[in-house]
Design a protein around this ligand. Structure first.
Ligand SMILES: Cc1cc2nc3c(=O)[nH]c(=O)nc-3n(C[C@H](O)[C@H](O)[C@H](O)COP(=O)(O)OP(=O)(O)OC[C@H]3O[C@@H](n4cnc5c(N)ncnc54)[C@H](O)[C@@H]3O)c2cc1C
Ligand code: FES
Length: 352
């Protein structure tokens, strides 16, 4: 990508300073070299960052992710490598502003600034196998991460059907990129303003009606969407892989925070996944675990919004009990101190 467009965002005129989510280039020379070389805002909530990291770009495989720390006191958040360009030496992240950290990054991560830390590529790369016909499904946050998988299947000689879902036409992005690697491309929109009116599950049904020889479906998106995708493919008996997004702390199999239940067995999404056989995943357990820190997340966003004068839709939540707010080790500094302390407290009270 050479052009940098800014339809939204870029709300601050001044250059980000040391306390912002992305330190200045000068600070970065000391602290890191993960420079943001391009940014694109797809909507008021979704933005793309292209980050220079030649080694990461060489090593990255479809399905892998990174853990990003935006600034010195930032929390660690996992983000899928939505694209990589080995010639430019960059990786691409597509981020939805969901809570404190992703909103802070939306405000501060501008071209020329740097990310304080970036670890990866993490997770097992997606298995391409010998599938001859695949359906790559992306909804919401999953639209960007499904792209490298669609491209890899195409390069592997498969017939690729892309199915992506958006609320409306204005939110569509990467249509050209998808069309360049898909033999068929189905856009689904909630309001019917583009493509077929309906959910990605309608797109999967359409593909299944037209093709009786689909080998595999790969679905990435919010858990509820991936669950619905697996229920759609189950009667057709089509292998369906999903990419799970539990809360992660270290991303290397040590903290246990990303536990998921697959086929009745406990797996760690960061090292055993994040791709799993969707027909075996316990999505109810995943969704319940994702909700565990809602109060802390609201509180963190509220505190940040108050401190910066940013508008927040989140309602203030009562502070967590003192024993749950123990500080995390230095390596997990920032708001993850709250997350990590709460995680430990939650584990202490639950069967393993
Ligand atoms: C392997 C993996 C890959 C991911 N890839 C991407 C990506 O490419 N782009 C992207 O925008 N996000 C991605 N996520 C989700 C992203 O990590 C979270 O949205 C982010 O950590 C939220 O941080 P926050 O402080 O902004 O919001 P928080 O205040 O922590 O949370 C705000 C809201 O987001 C939800 N949330 C928190 N953590 C997660 C999570 N792990 N998954 C889903 N929802 C969550 C919370 O339930 C809450 O409703 C990925 C998650 C995983 C595990
Ligand atoms: S994030 Fe997977 S074990 Fe810690």
């Amino acid at each position: 990508m050479s052009a940098v467009t800014k339809k939204h965002g870029n709300r601050r005129a001044e250059k980000p300073g040391r306390d912002s989510a992305c330190p200045s280039k000068l600070d970065a020379d000391v602290e890191s070299r993960f420079e943001i070389v391009a940014r694109e805002d797809f909507s008021e909530l979704t933005y793309l960052l292209e980050v220079a990291h030649p080694m990461m770009a060489r090593a990255a495989r479809p399905g892998q992710f990174v853990i990003v720390i935006a600034h010195e006191h930032g929390e660690r958040i996992p983000l899928t490598i939505a694209d990589f360009d080995r010639e430019r030496g960059t990786i691409t992240l597509v981020i939805q502003a969901a809570g404190k950290t992703t909103r802070e990054m939306q405000r501060d991560c501008q071209v020329g600034s740097t990310l304080f830390g970036m670890v990866g590529p993490l997770g097992e790369p997606s298995q391409l196998g010998d599938a001859k016909k695949v359906v790559c499904v992306g909804g919401g946050l999953g639209v960007a991460p499904i792209f490298p998988q669609a491209r890899a299947f195409k390069e592997n000689g498969a017939y690729v059907i892309g199915v992506v879902g958006f609320r409306s036409k204005e939110l569509v992005f990467w249509e050209d990129k998808f069309r360049s690697v898909c033999d068929e491309f189905i856009i689904c929109s909630d309001d019917g303003s583009v493509g077929i009116k309906g959910l990605v599950t309608d797109g999967i049904e359409l593909a299944a009606e037209n093709h009786s020889d689909i080998d595999e479906v790969i679905a990435i998106g919010p858990p509820i969407m991936m669950k619905a995708a697996t229920e759609t493919t189950r009667p057709h008996n089509i292998k369906t892989m999903v990419s799970l997004n539990p809360i992660m702390v270290d991303g290397t199999g040590m903290c246990g925070g990303c536990r998921v239940l697959v086929g009745g067995e406990t797996k760690f999404a960061c090292v055993d996944g994040p791709d799993f056989d969707g027909h075996k995943v316990d999505f109810v357990d995943l969704m319940n675990r994702l909700k565990r820190f809602n109060e802390d997340e609201k509180l963190a966003l509220e505190r940040w919004s108050e401190g910066t004068g940013q508008a927040s839709a989140a309602k203030p939540a009562p502070p967590p009990p003192v024993e749950q707010v123990e500080r995390a080790p230095r390596a997990m500094d920032g708001d993850m101190g709250v997350h990590y302390g709460t995680l430990r407290s939650a584990w202490d009270n639950q069967d393993t």
